[in-house]
Design a protein around this ligand. Structure first.
Ligand code: BGC
Length: 751
């Protein structure tokens, strides 16, 4: 059944026009290629794993189930010829099993604390930035690039694939992740994993699951109904696993329903293995294992074992099996999973080796990603791009003279060219671990190149009066505004660091032609918004960040990023106006002894009042107006949507035409949202057509049926009710342009 939304003639006209139009996008789901094993490869992997296992002693098998953080091993004791990274699992030459050598993470090959003296790598823009591209092929290419660098540096496991949903804009690691929507994040992580794994390297989707904030990451317990989990965080993982086939899943630090993620039978066995049929292996996060019994719940490999209280999956396991307390069969199962995964992903066939890296070429991948990630949030009176004739530009703040900022923690990459500046974090939960860094191409240099005849002056912002005075005499002013984000620590509020709000206010008051470039890992508040005609979200923009930003300001790049998160107007609008656990005292000695090295608070419970209605869906449900909506982003072109056709039945299929009505070539991101009766709207698809002025393309989107249903935890299935579903073709979660509806047939889908 399908319901018509407009008189027949228009349908016909559109249908005829559609035949002549190039088609684009379809739903941005990653095709299962490259990293996904065919049944034949699967069978070969199983046979090899079985035969190899038959030749192994108990000790040999257990050797595959635990890894060391090599940086913590004295250099003299390190295995020869192995690149030092986050993880090392010994191989077995006699049996043809190579070592597993692991590096972080999703933004490039990290080199935390300079563990490989002076080693650099191409830095991608942050995960949040990659999500803002809404472009799976670009994210796949970015993944391919960092995976190839990891391989060339001697790694064969990459701890990349972070897909925890952004539930709170104060969470410290959001910059590593892919936004607040399970379809967007799941689709993009699948693409990233595919790209990485095209290099015969294992990617690791993480942190499974519900590790959505840093406060309490070692010991907070998330209480969330199964239905809500399945429709939100778990769905992002499910889509990522289906589309990307990651070799490994990393279980998280936190607890879910009172049980640690790394010994959570519901997550690791019931959901992952039974329901999703996952065939890779589960590795722990570094310092996340608390028992040998974790093996029985579904953990296969204890990584970073020196960070845990005991060598749970080595000496403890061996003793347990020998004493008859743990079955050999459990060891066999885990070892078989590790072995077959190494075979499937090419680790057995392709030996570890180092090789040359073309940093020039790889930098161009980072640049393209940064360009597509930039979101033009506001552009009153076409303030941007600056005309080529602009004579005097004042650039203020954000260390724009030396580089772009990056997030802190295990994902931090030392850029090609090294850091321009490093500050240690002295206070708070990340002190001693995280570093504040700047690097990549400086925006100031890039602006000078983009405007060769202009007088471009820089003020570091430490003296707001001086910056404002200079701005008052300039044609335009650009303020770079930063906010540091890091693993291990959340943020107290939505404000920019230090006194930057006052600085922006002063400059914008002195010159109404002031543009703000936000370099943040999260949504931020903008108390000065009414005073500035243009605002650009550039995130942490990576290796070539300055070039990308200058390109947007000068107009050689037409911005096409869209927000992957909601920018709230205030924390009062959030499901938890106060960040869970934020009011607690520091952890006691006993807390640290109980919960381990990552303990940063006493234990507490995290509740998510929004349930599955994360981000924009919560704003929809509570009728709250955000500062900037999920999906929002402007262009220097303009786009018309028309010719909507919606059909129902088994699922919703939505087709419409996008036309560039502007005078510049640009990419648009039309989004399709569905509304089930009584539920907030949700994203069911999007496309990113590139259109020349006057050009039209037909977009066709077919919804994943699970997005049109609800998860019935009693029946243990997705359930789709018969009835109408509202459909919107929109510019953002709050800006529908075309509306229609479809009658969807009743049905159920396996979990
Ligand atoms: C992080 C992981 C990372 C691991 C290894 C942990 O602190 O949570 O994301 O992969 O360290 O560095």
């Amino acid at each position: 059944m399908h319901k018509r939304q407009f008189p027949l003639p228009l349908v016909l006209i559109t249908a005829v026009a559609a035949l002549a139009l190039p088609q684009t996008g379809v739903l941005a789901r990653a095709p299962a290629t490259g990293s996904v094993a065919t049944p034949r490869e699967d069978a070969r992997a199983d046979a090899w794993a079985r035969a190899t296992l038959a030749r192994m002693s108990l000790e040999d098998k257990i050797a595959l189930l635990h890894g060391r953080f090599l940086a913590l091993v004295a250099p003299a004791q390190r295995p020869a010829g192995i690149t030092v990274g986050a993880g090392y699992v010994a191989g077995n030459g006699g049996l043809g099993i190579p070592p597993q050598v692991a590096t972080d993470a999703s933004l490039g090959v990290s080199n935390l604390m300079d563990m490989r003296k002076g080693d650099v790598a191409t830095v991608l823009p942050s995960g949040m930035a990659m999500a803002a591209t809404w472009n799976p092929s670009l994210v796949r290419e970015a993944g391919r690039m960092i995976g190839s660098q990891a391989r060339a540096k001697g790694f064969n496991v990459m701890l990349a694939g972070g897909v925890n949903l952004v539930r709170d804009p104060r969470a410290g690691r959001n910059f590593e992740y892919l936004g607040e929507d399970p379809l967007l994040a799941g689709t993009l992580v699948a693409a990233q994993i595919e790209g990485i794994q095209s290099n015969a390297i294992i990617a690791t989707i993480k942190h499974f699951a519900l590790n959505n904030q840093e406060t309490g990451r070692a010991n907070a317990s998330v209480e969330l109904a199964e239905t809500a989990m399945r429709e939100s965080d778990l769905l992002a993982f499910q889509l990522g696993i289906e589309g990307g086939s990651p070799g490994a899943v990393m279980c998280a630090y936190n607890k879910i329903g009172g049980s640690y993620a790394c010994e959570n039978r519901f997550l690791l066995t019931d959901v992952l293995r039974r329901d999703w049929g996952y065939r890779g292996f589960v590795m722990s996060d570094w310092g996340a294992v608390h028992s040998t019994e974790a093996l029985l719940a579904g953990l296969d490999q204890q990584q970073g074992e020196q960070l845990d209280k005991k060598r749970w999956l080595s000496t403890e396991l061996l003793a347990g099996v020998k004493a008859g307390a743990l079955p050999v069969a459990a060891v066999d199962t885990a070892a078989r999973r590790v072995l077959r995964t190494m075979f499937v992903h090419g680790l057995v066939a392709r030996a570890l080796a180092t090789g040359p890296i073309d940093y020039q070429r790889d930098g161009a991948v980072s640049l393209r990603t940064a360009e597509e990630a930039i979101v033009l949030l506001k552009n009153e009176g076409d303030m941007l791009p600056f005309p080529a004739t602009v004579k005097r530009i004042v650039v203020v703040g954000g260390h724009a003279d030396i580089g772009v900022p990056a997030g802190g923690g295990s994902s931090q990459v030392t850029p090609v060219g090294g850091f321009a500046k490093v500050e240690t974090v002295k206070d708070g939960a990340a002190a001693g671990f995280a570093r504040k860094v700047w690097g990549g191409t400086p925006p100031l240099d890039a602006l000078r190149r983009a405007f060769p005849t202009a007088d471009v002056r820089f003020f570091d912002g430490s003296d707001p009066d001086a910056a404002a005075a200079a701005a008052s005499n300039a044609d335009v002013a650009v303020v770079f505004a930063e906010k540091f984000s890091t693993e291990a620590m959340d943020q107290p509020d939505l404000s920019l660091d230090g006194r930057q709000d006052a600085l922006i206010d002063a400059v914008a008051s002195a010159n109404p032609r002031t543009v703000v470039v936000l370099e943040t890992g999260n949504a931020v508040a903008m108390p000065w918004l009414a005073k500035t005609p243009a605002v650009v979200a550039a995130w942490y923009s990576g290796q070539r960040g300055g070039d990308a930003i200058a390109g947007v300001l000068a107009g050689s790049v037409n911005p096409s990023g869209r927000l992957p998160v909601t920018f709230p107007a205030s924390t009062q609008q959030l499901p938890n106006p106060q960040l869970p656990g934020s009011g607690l005292p520091p952890p006691s000695k006993e807390d640290r002894a109980t919960y381990g090295v990552n303990t940063n608070s006493p234990p507490f419970t995290i509740r998510y009042p929004e349930g599955a209605d994360v981000g924009y869906r919560w704003f929809d449900r509570t009728a709250a107006a955000p500062l900037f909506a999920f999906g929002h982003g402007l262009s220097y072109a303009s786009f018309r949507y028309d010719g909507l056709r919606v059909s129902g039945g088994r699922t919703a299929t939505v087709a419409f035409r996008v036309t560039n009505t502007g005078s510049r070539t640009g990419a648009d991101v039309p989004q399709v949202y569905a509304t089930l009766p009584g539920k907030p709207r949700r994203l069911i698809g999007w496309s990113k057509p590139v259109l020349a002025p006057g050009e039209s393309k037909l977009v066709r989107i077919t919804a994943d049926r699970r997005l049109l249903g609800t998860f019935d935890s009693t029946a243990h299935r997705w359930r789709i009710a018969h009835g109408p579903v509202g459909i919107e073709v929109a510019r953002s979660a709050t800006a529908p342009v075309l509306t229609g509806s479809a009658i969807i047939a009743e049905g159920t889908i396996k979990p």
